[in-house]
Ligand binder design. Sequence first.
Ligand code: FES
Ligand code: FE2
Length: 403
Amino acid sequence: MVDAATILSRAAAGLGREIGRANGLPRAAYTDPAFLAHEQDALFARTWMGVVFSEDVGAPGDAEPVVAAGVPVLIVRGTDGRVRAFHNVCRHRATIVLQAPAKGVRQFSCPYHAWTYDLDGRLVATPYFAGTKDSSPTERDPAALGLVPIACGEWNHIVFINLDGRAPPLDDYLAGTRKLFAPLDLDRARLGHRHAWDFAANWKLVFDNWEVYHHVWVHEGVFDRMSDEVDLKTGEPYTRSDAEGAVMSLSLKAGSPRHLRQSGPLATGALPPIPVKPGATVPAAAAVALLPNTTVTITRDAYVPAIYMPRAPDRTHARMAWYFHADALDEARAAGRDRVLDRWLGPTRRLEDRRGIRAQDHRCMELQQAARGSAVADDVVFSPTWEQNVHYFQRWVLAQLAP
Ligand code: FES
Ligand SMILES: [Fe+2]
């Protein structure tokens, strides 16, 4: 184990150079528990991070426990329809209060001594605390012993939290997505499928993968032709890489071939397009990373957000959802929805079969993680043509972690 400061100073030297001569984050940034602990405190806790989808807590009284940046968090939809987040920690002697997702509950009762909280986090019962059934602490103010709230907000079916409560407003954090999302009316999109799994790679490899250079080698059956990725005569990729603040995106350039712009390679054309505002047109495909742990992909026929949660230096939890036009949820469209899901998850829906693009990506990330057992992985290099986003992301991580 090396200390985080040593890893950061090595990384700063490699990433400080322009992209053509830069070296990426050293392997310890992907393998060292102390480095992950520093990331949890100095990066994840200080920004907004996606935690669940709105439909995970769809109705008042629906609640879900999550572990976000190592912190146990309780997400609940209140009786007023608003989503709230709390530290999932009993104020008596610190026990996890909510152990499993729950539907339609009216209160939370701690499993240890049954201290009870309402959906707003207020402490409403401390049975037998002073010996009798309805007694409560006399030397302390029960109003000060509610569940501790965490800043929380919802955007396009994703629930975000900010653990330290000091990040700029959620709207500011998402400002870089405004133009891309302006034509969309995703409130009218409906959840069609959910999938969650763990994979054996560091969380940063998800965002190191925000490039299309790998497409034809990794995603057989979906991205098969280099001529769909790049103008073979000029060497100019058809994808734009944009990055500003915590928003990093891949989208088709205006001058890309018409067949790409019309549908995008991930669209099947088998479903009504995702809902747009009156008079707006469905945008061409785009993949947007909301650093540090959320991504959204827009295709013609589905809106696909994903949330990634680090579990260990070499383990990440993924949670994905597919939203469609409400008409696409008709039974008659089941085959069309299956075609979309086949592209992402493979026809068996089993990640280990590696047949969908997400399973294929995560397999590559696992190979990259395994390669970080060797010191050779300290000196990775970037393609200036394709990998500006990777260089940007790694520098962004460094900037967040700088003392
Ligand atoms: S620790 Fe929760 S009631 Fe005692
Ligand atoms: Fe990929």
